[in-house]
Each structure stands twice: as C-alpha cells, then as structure tokens.
Design a protein around this ligand. Structure first.
Ligand SMILES: *[C@@H]1O[C@H](CO)[C@@H](O)[C@H](O)[C@H]1NC(C)=O
Ligand SMILES: *[C@@H]1O[C@H](CO)[C@@H](O)[C@H](O)[C@H]1NC(C)=O
Ligand SMILES: *[C@@H]1O[C@H](CO)[C@@H](O)[C@H](O)[C@H]1NC(C)=O
Ligand SMILES: *[C@@H]1O[C@H](CO)[C@@H](O)[C@H](O)[C@H]1NC(C)=O
Ligand SMILES: *[C@@H]1O[C@H](CO)[C@@H](O)[C@H](O)[C@H]1NC(C)=O
Ligand SMILES: *[C@@H]1O[C@H](CO)[C@@H](O)[C@H](O)[C@H]1NC(C)=O
Length: 300
C-alpha cells in the first residue's frame, strides 16, 4: 500500500530526528530528556491508533501508549480535523519539545509533509522562501526564536494550508496585506509576536476561518468589518494590541476578547496615555527589511 510505505518513510524520518539526540548521548537508549520520552510515548500511541498495517511495518515499535501526553493545542485541532475516519495518508514530522538549535535544515521543507511541528525548540531562523513550495496543511512554529519577517512566501501554500500557528516566534513586521490568499485556513494564530501595522482587510477573504488569534502584538488601526462577518468565525482574540476601532458587528461574535486595546467605549482598554504614546510613534513594517509599510490608518 502506497500510503503505508510513504507513512513508513516519514516515520523513519521522525524517529531518526527524535532519537538522534539521545542515541548519541546514551548508549543504552535511556531517555534522558523527559520531553523526548513523552514524544516517544506519544509516537507509540500513534502506532496504536493505526488500524490497517498489512505489511506489519509497525510490528517492531514497542512501548506504552498514552495519547494524553501529546495533548496540546495543535494536536487537538489535528485530532478533530485530520484523524477522523481510519488511517490518514498523513506525513507528519514532529520535533517538538527538544533542544534543537540553529537553523532548521532547509530540506525539511522539501519533504512532502502534511504536518510540521517545530514548536518549543530553540531554533533561531527565518522561515525560508522555499516554505511556499511545501505541501503542508498544518504548520506550527511556536515558542521559537524566529525573529524576523513574516514569511512572505507562506501565501504560496494557499492550496494546502489549513492551520497556521506562528505563536510566540518573535516575528517583527507587518502581516502581509495579501495574507487573505490563504483561503483554506481554519486556524490562524500569530499571537505573542512583535507584529505591527493594521490587520489586513484581506483576512475577510478567508471564508473558512474559525479561530483567529492576533493577541499580544503591536497591531493598530481599525479591525476590518469583513473579518467579523466571516461566516464560520467562532473565536476572535485581539487583546493586548493598540487597535483603535472595532465595528459593531464584531461584538456579535460568539467568543471574542478585545481587552487592552485603545477602542473608545469598550471596557478594559489601555489608558489614554498609553494609546497616545503608542500612536505618536511611526509604524515600521520594514524594520528588518521585511516589506514596505502600508500606510497605517491614522486615528486619534
Ligand atoms: C503480519 O503479522 C500477522 C500476525 O502477526 C501475520 O499473520 C501476517 O502474515 C504478517 N504479514 C506480513 C506481510 O508479514
Ligand atoms: C519552488 O519550486 C519550483 C519548482 O520546483 C522551483 O523552481 C523554485 O525554485 C522553488 N522555490 C524555492 C524558493 O525553493
Ligand atoms: C515564548 O517562548 C519562549 C521560548 O522561546 C518561552 O520561554 C516563553 O515562556 C514563551 N512565552 C509565552 C507567552 O508563551
Ligand atoms: C482549497 O481547498 C480546495 C479543496 O478543499 C481546493 O480545491 C482549493 O484549490 C484550495 N485552495 C484555495 C486557494 O482555495
Ligand atoms: C510595542 O509597543 C511597545 C509600547 O509602545 C514598545 O515598547 C515596543 O517596543 C513595541 N514593539 C515593537 C516591536 O514595535
Ligand atoms: C478562544 O481563543 C483563545 C486564544 O486562542 C483561547 O485562549 C480561548 O480558550 C478560546 N475560547 C474558546 C471558547 O474556544
């Protein structure tokens, strides 16, 4: 079965990446890093979730099984979206919770992967332009030190990308105006970065969007009405920015959080001093040579 074979290839790759660090550190395979151990246990759980394996490729994986150990935000989404209905033709690379440093090997983005989890490492890198050539449907790059531009070529992944989680990755730039090209996104989370400038109107073109989280950045301007009109939007978190306007329509969303902005008449906003101090400084989308700044809508 082709899917099993490719799955197996991906798994060998995962296992190599997972165990390389501790193979070289421990001859008798003692899991010295508790996070690696968790990842190992989780892989075992995945093995048990595979219901069809005619070539017995998973026969020599042994160990306990406890899927609970892998329970984090991203996997919960994955569970609900991608694991329904038997064996997925999923190619899944998970190198979370390790201590990898430096650059992510560019080859990673050439693999025909479906899901890539790079979170909770110490990667210091900018996502390469070649990311646009990848076939990922899920990209999770949280808690790394990416520091740099919002990866422009990410919009080239429009055909495959469903979930984009660039959370706490030290990204410093504006959100590209054409981000709305990612029309198949259901989850878009860029919270806890240093993003500046407006929230692009084009996000209102992501008709499948369900979860939008842009909290804890330095975004400003008005929240575009088109976003709050998205038919499937369930949860919009815009707190801890410097937005200064929000259409009435946004208040009708089922779950939303707009605290600590500069929106007149809304409760729990920043102080006037903070808002004025912030708006007196110009916005630099090009801070890292990222892109030319779109003119930020001036208010106040
Ligand atoms: C897989 O394992 C089962 C049970 O252990 C065995 O009956 C079957 O022949 C094996 N298949 C292959 C292709 O090795
Ligand atoms: C993307 O793939 C195309 C075709 O394979 C290639 O020509 C191009 O150089 C690739 N782009 C990057 C940034 O790797
Ligand atoms: C962000 O990631 C760093 C590690 O790169 C971590 O120490 C920090 O606690 C994270 N912050 C949040 C808000 O999750
Ligand atoms: C989105 O997904 C559909 C299939 O669900 C696909 O046909 C389409 O090309 C994808 N891309 C965009 C940009 O809509
Ligand atoms: C965000 O705004 C705060 C308060 O004005 C400022 O201290 C910080 O440097 C800003 N960060 C960026 C990346 O603009
Ligand atoms: C809404 O999204 C925020 C940020 O991702 C999350 O903390 C919160 O739990 C979500 N609320 C619901 C009801 O899904």
């Amino acid at each position: 079965m082709a899917t099993i074979a490719s799955l197996h290839k991906a798994l060998v790759c995962i296992l190599l990446l997972l165990f390389l660090p501790f193979l070289s550190l421990s001859e008798d395979y003692l899991p010295i890093n508790p996070r690696l151990e968790k990842a190992y246990v989780a892989l075992q759980a995945w093995k048990h979730a595979i219901t069809a394996d005619p070539k017995n490729l998973t026969l020599d994986w042994c160990g306990p099984h406890d899927l609970g150990l892998l329970s984090d935000l991203a996997l919960l989404h994955l569970n609900s979206n991608r694991f329904h209905g038997g064996l997925p033709s999923l190619k899944y690379l998970d190198i979370r919770f390790n201590r990898f440093r430096g650059e992510v090997p560019l080859r990673v983005f050439d693999l025909r992967l479906d899901a890539l989890f790079l979170n909770d490492n110490q990667f210091a890198f900018s996502l390469p332009d070649s990311i646009g050539n990848s076939s990922l449907s899920v990209l999770v790059v949280a808690d790394n030190r990416i520091s740099g531009c919002f990866p422009r070529s990410i919009t080239d992944m429009a055909d495959t990308l469903n979930e984009l989680i660039l959370l706490n990755a030290s990204i410093t730039s504006c959100i590209p105006e054409d981000i709305g090209k990612l029309k198949n996104l259901t989850v878009f989370d860029v919270s806890f970065n240093n993003l500046v400038g407006p929230l692009p109107d084009s996000i209102g073109e992501m008709r499948k969007l369900e979860q939008l989280n842009v909290a804890h950045n330095n975004l400003s301007g008005d929240v575009p009405e088109s976003i709050c009109e998205l038919p499937r939007l369930k949860n919009f978190t815009s707190s801890y920015n410097y937005f200064c306007g929000e259409p009435e329509r946004c208040l009708k969303l089922r779950t939303r959080d707009d605290r600590e902005n500069c929106i007149p008449e809304r409760p729990h906003q920043r102080s006037e001093e903070q808002c004025i101090a912030f708006s007196s400084k110009p916005v630099h989308c090009d801070a890292n040579g990222c892109m030319a700044p779109p003119p930020p809508p001036a208010h106040y």
